[in-house]
Design a protein around this ligand. Structure first.
Ligand code: ZN
Ligand code: ZN
Length: 91
């Protein structure tokens, strides 16, 4: 008995009802434990982890986007070059 109810209890406050779920670790949490980070509900543990590793994470994401942007730029340049060559040879 009690195991079914425990799923809806805050993980950090067993005496309180869990009203939300951490979007990162899926832990059931009460309003007091719910912290909005980047507009999404997180538990205190995940917020601590996110704020600690936010710089390195942003760096990785930034590098990924830069690479994608560079590839896109090369694609556009290649296409433009092909168009110019096409015009020069077939005009
Ligand atoms: Zn969490
Ligand atoms: Zn709580």
């Amino acid at each position: 008995m009690g195991t079914a109810l425990s799923a809806s209890r805050c993980r950090y406050h067993p005496g309180r009802d869990g009203v939300g779920v951490c979007m990162r670790c899926r832990t059931v949490i009460c309003p007091e434990c719910t912290t909005r980070f980047d507009g999404i509900n997180h538990c205190a543990v995940c917020v601590a982890e996110l704020t600690r590793g936010v710089e390195s994470q942003r760096g990785e994401v930034g590098m990924g986007w830069r690479l994608a942007g560079a590839l896109l730029l090369y694609g556009v340049l290649a296409l433009g070059l092909w168009g110019v060559l096409h015009m020069m040879f077939f005009w």
